[in-house]
Design a protein around this ligand. Structure first.
Ligand code: SF4
Ligand code: SF4
Length: 333
């Protein structure tokens, strides 16, 4: 009985917290409609002039108008300040896409995936699908418990099986390094340029027509109108079809396509607060143990040891996955 209990996957507290935030976002939108206060959606929270639109939406609006507009500009500046404080947290905490991906692309449990940077991982590094269980430190999922002074730590490497004890090992290993550490431009940024160019050419924010965040909430609003006012609409068919196609066919949407992610990651270079920080002396690598659980589990392919990780969405998966509890998300250093 107790074995069964011990072998059950532990729920991530960050995942639970993110779930509640996502639920609150939907509840917020529904409450806005129920009480007719028009508080918008996560693309455009707010009432009338006091609204905060998506930063990409603000830029598209100005590109479409071919000029600087005071209201979108002020809102854009406000969002820039928010991103400076919380970085790319929107992607993990408010965007509905990771949840839709989980729903439409359920992942088989217990299948070790080969990480893109070559590490075996007991959880996938694909977009946001690796947080349902806490990741064991071993590449093969066979963690070895080694005595280290008075406390026990999980030894990460199967190669250490013959080791008399991790405490005897004093050879610190260099950080693993993440594939997307530092400032990098990729295909998302090309899509971002195309998004702004299309708004300038057509005179309106073209991307908003297919934005999965907008489509999600447009679908929710359509459902509400159907239930509340018996108002069926073609949008209730078309929007979900586009959305499901984006989630299932464009499987790398977040890391390869999303222009919102591209813009937010650029702005996240301003962010130094609320990021994961590793206690170097607690990290198993400081004792020569070849642990890379934090890098393996990161959906953004980052190494929390790195100084610059603007792609960090503050999802907390590395915190939960670290077998030595060496990582915490701190306001400042
Ligand atoms: S570094 Fe940690 S908190 Fe940041 S995205 Fe990766 S797993 Fe999430
Ligand atoms: S911070 Fe934790 S998970 Fe990452 S390498 Fe060190 S011990 Fe392993």
């Amino acid at each position: 009985m107790s074995d069964k209990k011990n072998s059950a996957p532990k729920k991530s507290r960050f995942r639970t917290a993110r779930g509640w935030v996502a639920f609150a976002c939907v509840a917020f939108v529904l409450a806005g409609m129920a009480f007719r206060v028009g508080i918008g959606t996560p693309s455009a929270f707010g009432i009338q002039q006091i609204s905060a639109i998506c930063p990409l939406g603000a830029l598209e609006t100005m590109a479409g108008a071919k000029g600087v507009m005071l209201h979108p500009l002020l809102l854009f500046v406000l969002v820039v300040v928010l991103i400076a404080l919380v970085g790319k947290a929107f992607c993990a905490w408010m965007c509905p896409i990771p949840w839709l991906q989980k729903f439409f692309r359920p992942k088989k449990r217990g299948v070790a995936a080969k990480g893109e940077a070559g590490h075996d991982a007991s959880a996938s590094r694909n977009d946001s699908d690796a947080d349902s269980v806490q990741v064991e430190p071993s590449a093969a999922g066979a963690a070895q418990i080694a005595e280290s002074g008075e406390e026990q730590v999980a030894c990460a490497s199967s190669a250490c099986a013959a080791c008399p004890g991790a405490s005897a090992c004093v050879k610190a290993l260099a950080p693993v390094g993440g594939k997307r550490d530092g400032v990098q431009l990729d295909s998302r940024h090309a899509v971002l340029v195309g998004t702004l160019a299309s708004a300038a050419v057509f005179g309106f924010p073209v991307f908003c027509l297919i934005c999965p965040v907008g489509l999600t909430f447009a679908t929710i609003i359509g459902l509400w109108n159907l239930v509340q006012f018996n108002e069926p609409s073609w949008a209730l068919v078309i929007f979900p079809i586009i959305l499901i196609a984006e989630v299932t066919v464009l499987r790398k949407w977040c890391s390869r396509i999303c222009p919102i992610s591209a813009l937010v990651s650029l702005l996240s270079n301003l962010n130094v607060t609320l990021r994961p920080r590793v206690k170097a002396d607690v990290c198993l690598r400081s004792r020569g143990v070849d642990c890379h659980a934090c890098v393996d589990v990161c959906p953004e392919q980052l190494d929390p040891h790195s100084k610059r990780i603007p792609e960090c969405s503050k999802c907390g998966k590395c915190v939960d996955a670290c077998p030595a509890k060496a990582i915490s998300i701190k306001l400042l250093k």
